[in-house]
Ligand binder design. Sequence first.
Ligand code: NAP
Length: 295
Amino acid sequence: MEQLRVGFIGLGIMGSAMAMNIHKKGFPLIVYNRTRSKTEPFAKLGVPVANSPREVAEKSDVVIDMVTDAPDVEEVLFGRDGVVYGAHPGLIVIDMSTNSPEYARYFAKRLAEYGIEFLDAPVTGSDIGARQGTLTIMVGGKREVFERVKPVLEAMGKTIVYAGDVGSGQMLKLLNQIVVGLNMLAVVEAMALAKKASIDMDKLFTVLSTGGANSFTVQYYMPKMMKGDYEPGFKAAHLKKDLKYAVEMANKLGVPLPGTALTLELYNALVAKGLGDKGTQALLRLYHELSGIKE
Ligand code: NAP
């Protein structure tokens, strides 16, 4: 069977690692990034670099985008030299960034006008999961389209969940982000209190990481916070975006989510303080400030 030609748009923290795994699995690949310097590692490996999303589409069977938010997806798909201008029969677009079920349905409808199939396929597993190819991927859209591109998704992830109709991938992802956000809040609160109470942080880590409080946040992000490493695996501004979409979805359905709303406001504060490009674990810095702890 002929291998699908894959085009990848958005080589940020996640996209660069995901595209690299697609290349390593032997799929014919072409990449595009708004800031061209991020394409260099690919060019060095002989992977073609496109000058526009349009060129990516012209030369691919499947176009994956991994950009920031819905307006960015809209820009690469429908903007100047966007994907739709490179439309051809059989083209499939997979949006792997996190936005909302409403946007997924909107993208699907507009792309259908150009004869392009669409899947929403957001991911979870952080930067480390992207590098190791162990992401969990949640997919919404037509099942037959999903089955067609599954081998490409398997190059990037270990657990691939077919969620249902278009938009249901994003719905699962927003639920996931509620747990991710509240987990970080819980770990940060415990760490701030521990610091003020002069509790040995290594001992706290041993307890949290081996007992009932254990989580990915404890395992992966707590050691970073203990070292004062606030560099982004997952940017604070992006979690704010996700929690905003989650609260909007809950409001529409009449479900109060006070914990998620509180976490959203804390990330709102973090972004307002200019820390949006730091990792989500930078929430600890806000707590240190609130409780008068010097770093
Ligand atoms: P990132 O490092 O900030 O990368 C964002 C990428 O999108 C960059 O390549 C950027 O291009 C591109 N981009 C943004 N706006 C654009 C526009 N208007 N036109 C063209 N390109 C645009 O972010 P990331 O961590 O890879 O996250 C990407 C998506 O995955 C987000 O939706 C995020 O919420 C989601 N996600 C992230 C993680 C994680 O742990 N990091 C985990 C799961 C899901 P430039 O290089 O030119 O800026």
